[in-house]
Design a protein around this ligand. Structure first.
Ligand code: DNO
Length: 395
């Protein structure tokens, strides 16, 4: 297993030397400055690569092994193979990545919103803060702030009543905060920040696109891009939906094992892989994470390891410490290690400790939401401990 670390580039609060100090060796990064849909150039990728891989004297080397993500524009999600120009631009970006010998690319196919939370700094009993998705607050936003047409169809009468009470108790500040968190897109997000009217327009552009259509569009996209990826030795990894269920009445198609199985059946190319994310899929109690790892082992090229803890009826959850959530991380790592032991060093799974609590000195600093250094390092250290105990020394 290769220890990865998501690095948001030269402007990020966490420096490359700090990454070295966490023990991570593999960088996960993207050209976040390039607008969604514009093709990356070989030169832009190589500049970023040399920033990462030019090792100052006496320092340990870092290698850029995963691009997370090359964003997929909405047109592809809405039109599939008919979005020819957008798919060509995506392939051009992929080729720029391949020309720089970066072997893994992560992407997702979530319409309108990428990963979604309602709170960034939910205070845990230790005083550290965590991200949280509160179903009632989300419903209050959807029904009464966004006032989405037909939102009423997606919530029971009881849910609507509760959402109304929650909304009535929200201050103006809380309303603008939740609006900002949901519409302005979280770090690393692959969707555009939106205003409320822009949000409504985006949602209506998906009218008539149900899960079957969206899945078909993803299959057409994969049929178009996997030959280029396969020819250049790049593995594509689809990140699951986060949270793994429909939001805003939009279809979701990477939320459980059957979703992934349908994609692998339709596009068997080995370039068609999975970003195995315990934090996203693990939100659904019926997603058996060790079983999913076992079932798709050979397609897992990249893993996001983090945990969530369901609250109440399970629709609300918060991000727990890495080993304290609903997912059995030891069982998950056993599966990944079993797969990894069959591979050559260059094909080992890259994993990163995904997200982390905001804790210790990070409580006094500006941090990238979800991605503070210390909480992520705690997670990585715990995961590394499990790997050592399993007899698998990570690189
Ligand atoms: C959140 C992340 C997402 C994810 C992208 C993958 O922390 O997991 O930003 O990277 O959705 O394309």
């Amino acid at each position: 297993m290769r220890q990865g670390w998501r690095w948001f580039g030269p402007e990020a609060p966490v420096t490359l030397d700090e990454v070295r100090q966490t023990g991570a060796t593999n960088i996960v990064s993207s050209l976040h400055q390039v607008p969604i849909g514009r093709a990356w150039t070989e030169k832009e990728v190589s500049e970023r690569k040399s920033m990462i891989e030019t090792t100052p004297a006496g320092r340990s080397p870092l290698v850029w092994s995963v691009v997370e993500s090359i964003p997929i524009p909405d047109a592809v999600k809405r039109k599939g193979g008919k979005a020819k120009a957008e798919i060509e631009a995506w392939i051009a970006s992929l080729e720029a990545v391949a020309a720089n010998d970066i072997p893994i690319v992560c992407y997702n196919f979530m319409p309108v919103v990428d990963w979604t939370r309602t709170e960034l700094d939910y205070i845990t009993p230790t005083g550290a803060t965590a991200m949280r998705f509160d179903h009632e607050r989300f419903a209050a936003f959807d029904l009464f702030v966004l006032q989405r047409q037909s939102a009423g169809n997606d919530y029971s009468a009881e849910d609507q009543q509760r959402a109304r009470e929650v909304y009535d108790e929200m201050s103006e500040e809380e309303i603008s905060e939740i609006t900002r968190i949901i519409t302005s897109a979280l770090p690393g997000s692959t969707t555009e920040p939106l205003t409320i009217p822009g949000f409504r327009d985006k949602l209506s552009s998906y009218a008539g696109i149900d899960a079957a259509k969206l899945r078909q569009h993803l299959i057409e996209f994969l049929q178009a891009v996997t030959p280029a990826a396969e020819a250049r030795g790049v593995k594509l990894t689809l990140h699951p939906d986060d949270p793994p269920r429909s939001l805003f009445g939009l279809p979701r198609i990477a939320s459980n094992a059957e979703d992934y199985a349908a994609l692998f059946d339709a596009v068997p190319s080995p370039a068609n892989g999975m970003c195995y994310c315990t934090g996203s899929l693990g939100v659904r109690a019926e997603n058996d994470m060790p079983a999913i790892a076992r079932r798709f082992a050979s397609r897992i090229y990249f893993a996001h390891l983090r945990a969530t803890k369901r609250e109440g009826d399970g629709r609300t959850f918060h991000e727990s410490a890495h080993l304290e959530g609903d997912v059995d991380m030891v069982a998950v790592l056993k599966e990944l290690v079993a797969e990894d032991s069959k591979r050559s060093a260059k094909d080992e799974i890259v994993f990163r400790s995904d997200h982390g609590h905001r804790m210790l000195d990070d409580l006094n600093k500006t941090v990238t939401p979800g991605y503070p250094a210390i909480g992520r390092m705690r997670g990585l250290a715990e995961l590394r401990g499990i790997l050592y105990a399993l007899g698998s020394i990570p690189s």
